[in-house]
Design a protein around this ligand. Structure first.
Ligand code: SIN
Ligand code: CO
Length: 382
């Protein structure tokens, strides 16, 4: 594993990469994944882009003017495209393709809580999304074909007004590189870049998430609001006569200040908020429950033989006392913690670690019925 990482990160160990590059400076790795020839072709992308539970975009550049269409797309849309200068982008590959999850597992040295998704772009010669910056860290892994990247650390991040996508008004690159299959470019947030396909070109973006402070605050307030238990009511048995009835009295303001000042939270609340928030499925995600579910007893028997796996779209994290799956929080005790944390980390749980009865088995059965986990295939039993 360490060998793979070293190659993936161009001879750097994961700690050295995090220290020197993560959120700081770009890194170009030649042959990060030698022989990488992609996991999906244009036909497969078009199939995904036709689904309404899959996020996709089509970006076309015509005479320096950009247009963006959002999926789902009918297949025939792709037969009416120019020969050059367009790109199809499909998000969330890891929710649909086991090979995409597998690819993402190379980046497990970064916590799942920071991961966003795997996006794939396809472009004929000249295709790209223009000079822009992303707010998040990204690894741009080159699939089949070649792309020329120009990159720049610029302060001026002003974007074009009235453009349908975020294009930098002024782009002053200070470097460029030609990427071949298996090469990888890491870019920290807000690093300007522009990638143009030289020929038929596939690029994989491993994107990370970093919510804005504003988003964290407002989501946390929603979380707190949902669990307010305070049942007191404003009271003023000491009310004094006020000659100006419209005046918002200082007494009342002080009382309310005291009341709202009683809103409090602990680190445990913050953990619970974060766990639920970060595992909340994206709006388009639908979990498929088994069509003919096994009984709890039959499930337990098969699960202990074959093991279970997280569904591709499932997100699972844990804190010290709770475990989070797809936006739900579950309390865990000592006995359930070990197997369920293993499931969260490895995304699969060998059958030998599943106890026949008890809270872990109950949870696994509930998650199986909800489509959050499935039974490992007979060939995959551990
Ligand atoms: C692309 O793959 O064309 C764009 C990826 C990016 O710049 O983030
Ligand atoms: Co970008």
């Amino acid at each position: 594993m360490a060998v793979v990482k070293k190659r993936l990160l161009g001879g750097l160990t994961a700690p050295a990469f995090l220290r020197q590059h993560w959120q700081k400076q770009p890194l170009l790795v030649r042959g990060a994944l030698p022989g990488f020839d992609g996991i999906l072709d244009l036909d497969g992308m078009i199939e995904l882009a036709a689904r309404d539970d899959c996020e996709s975009r089509l970006v076309v550049r015509n005479d320096g003017r950009w247009s963006v269409e959002h999926g789902p797309f009918e297949r025939k849309r792709f037969s009416r495209l120019p020969r050059r200068n367009w790109t199809l982008l499909v998000q969330g590959l890891e929710q649909r393709l086991p090979a995409a999850r597998q690819l993402l597992s190379n980046f497990n040295f970064i916590p799942y809580s920071r991961l966003d998704d795997l996006m794939l772009s396809y472009a004929p010669a000249g295709g790209g999304v223009g000079a822009h910056f992303d707010s998040y860290d990204v690894f741009l892994l080159q699939g089949p074909g070649q792309r020329r990247w120009r990159v720049g650390r610029q302060r001026d991040l002003t974007v074009l007004e009235n453009a349908p996508l975020k294009i930098l008004k002024r782009f002053s690159p200070d470097g460029q590189c030609l990427m071949h299959a298996g090469d990888m470019l890491y870019l920290p947030p807000e690093f300007a870049h522009d990638g143009v396909a030289l020929d038929t070109c596939y690029t994989y973006s491993i994107g990370f998430r970093a919510p804005s402070h504003r988003e964290l605050m407002s989501q946390f307030l929603i979380f707190l609001e949902e669990r307010l238990t305070e049942s007191g009511r404003y009271a003023d048995p000491d009310l004094a006569v006020q000659s100006r009835p419209a005046l918002l009295g200082a007494d009342m303001v002080a009382k309310v200040e005291r009341i709202v000042g009683e809103i409090n939270w602990t680190q445990r609340d913050v953990t619970e908020f974060l766990g639920s928030y970060l595992t909340e499925p994206k709006p388009q995600v639908v979990f498929a429950s088994p069509r003919k579910p096994l009984s709890a007893m039959a499930f337990s028997g098969v699960a202990r033989r074959r093991g279970v796996e997280l569904a591709l779209a499932s997100l699972m994290l844990y804190g010290s006392a709770k475990l989070f799956i797809n936006g739900e929080a579950h309390k865990i005790d000592k006995a359930t913690a070990t197997p369920l944390r293993r499931l969260a980390n490895a995304r699969r749980l060998p059958g030998r670690l599943i106890q026949p009865n008890g809270p872990a088995a109950d949870l696994l059965y509930r998650w199986y019925r909800a489509g959050y986990i499935y039974l490992s295939g007979p060939g995959q039993a551990s």
